[in-house]
Ligand binder design. Structure first.
Ligand code: 3BY
Ligand code: FES
Ligand code: FE
Length: 417
């Protein structure tokens, strides 16, 4: 069914057929994009950064999200805080997007000055009776989980972040992310809607055709397969992998390394999924030969063979391995433009050129992210074509896309669309 360009968003949501990709307007329309920002980036918890990026008092990371902007900082008492980047005088932005170091937050307009805990210290020309006490920076809801920083721009954040926190704290603890450092960061702007970026990351149907570098270490069978359409040889390989995965998962669990899948991908506000995935080949890391890139392992990890603790949200994905972690955050920029910010973490004492080689560390996910950006570009180009109609997801390898599309429609409705 083709919806007219002026159809209410509710009609587009109603037109979504289970098992199929979304109606075009949900990927392409400006009003839907505005609604997406308000609902998924304004009313839900989003992954915003890493505690280790704010190591010292005064370290700041400012992140623009649609029309909002959020200051993440470590205050003088070493607490991490999040504030709206809006001066309480006449609203000017205090900081530009990006990293920085501050001793106080000084507005560039009339120099109202805030402490790192957000309290207003100084406001000239406002009279002796001016009450500074009620003009602190507005806080943003903040939740720290195992070294990851989640924020929610709503005053009434979803409570089910507790499930994510309870699941991930013990899983992330051994990786010592709070004591890691960012060895490298890339910003890739994908020419497509953010939901196409997320859909692309939730299937590995495209991996064999597009990701030769990733396929050395990543096992696409973990994202499903269709035995009926495989050659007998490939089917035997896939089934052997599943048997091996089940045995390994049970062994890892017995050894005290949580590995089983925990998925909250439908009927929830906070969308996440985690699982410890095996790494192929040398079995250690997402590098060109699947061996560890960093000689200094993360946190308290003593083994390189504990696979890849994979975690995704509705705005990103992460891979935590023995020697390094890769964290990607997704921020929509426009209906057809999406920022994918990727950070590579190593132990804070690991020295480039001594403990790790930067190219070995980063090349697989740099290549994969570029390849995915191209897939998102062609995907968006096609969905905005008048000839597009929603197509069928594979029941075998795209079930998670169906879950995502269903969750998307549900959450839009919960928020009044
Ligand atoms: O982004 C990718 O290509 C793959 C697909 C599944 C998860 N991710 C590693
Ligand atoms: Fe910030 Fe005036 S707008 S001091
Ligand atoms: Fe991909």
């Amino acid at each position: 069914m083709v919806s007219p360009a002026s159809a209410p968003i509710a009609d587009l949501l109603a037109a979504r057929r289970p098992g199929h990709s979304l109606p075009a307007g949900l990927y392409t329309r400006q009003d839907v994009f505005d609604a997406d920002l308000q609902v998924f980036f304004g009313q839900h918890w989003i992954l915003a950064g890493l505690e280790c990026e704010l190591r010292e008092p005064g370290d700041v990371q400012t992140l623009d999200i649609g029309r909002a902007s959020v200051i993440l900082l470590r205050d003088d008492d070493l607490q991490i805080r999040a504030f709206h980047n809006v001066c309480r005088h006449r609203g000017a932005r205090l900081l530009k997007a990006g990293p920085g170091v501050v001793s106080r937050l000084v507005c560039p307009y009339h120099q109202w000055t805030y402490d790192t805990d957000g309290s207003l210290l100084h406001a000239g020309h406002m009279g002796a009776d001016f009450d500074r006490g009620c003009k602190s920076l507005k806080p943003v809801a903040l939740r720290l989980v195992g070294g990851l920083i989640y924020i929610c721009l709503s005053d009434n954040p979803p409570k089910d972040i507790d499930v994510l926190a309870q699941t991930m704290e013990p899983r992330l603890a051994p990786y010592g992310l709070r004591e890691a450092k960012v060895a490298h960061q890339t910003d890739v702007i994908e020419h497509g809607n953010w939901k196409l970026t997320m859909e692309n990351n939730r299937e590995c149907y495209h991996c064999a055709g597009s990701h030769p570098e990733l396929c050395v270490s990543f096992i696409a069978y973990d994202f499903g397969f269709d035995a009926a359409t495989m050659s007998p040889d490939e089917r035997a390989r896939a089934e052997a992998h599943v048997a091996e995965r089940e045995a390994r998962e049970a062994r890892w669990e017995a050894e005290g390394h949580p590995s089983r899948t925990v998925a909250r991908v439908v009927d929830c506000a906070t969308n996440f999924r985690t699982q410890r995935l095996a790494i192929a080949g040398k079995g250690e890391s997402h590098t060109p030969d699947a061996s560890a890139a960093s000689a200094k392992l993360l946190g308290s990890m003593t083994r390189k063979d504990l696979g890849d603790t994979h975690l995704w949200h509705h705005n990103g994905w992460n891979h935590f391995m023995g020697d390094h972690a890769v964290c990607s955050i997704v921020i929509p920029l426009g209906p057809d433009s999406t920022l994918v910010r990727t950070k590579w973490l190593v132990h804070q004492d690991a020295v480039e050129g001594v403990d790790y080689d930067l190219h070995k560390l980063t090349s697989v996910w740099i290549a994969t992210t570029d390849q995915d950006a191209e897939l998102v570009r062609v995907s968006h180009a096609g969905v905005q074509d008048p000839a597009y109609e929603p197509g069928p997801y594979s029941r075998h390898t795209e079930q998670e896309l169906d879950n995502f599309a269903g969750w998307y429609v549900d959450r839009m409705r919960v928020h009044g669309y």
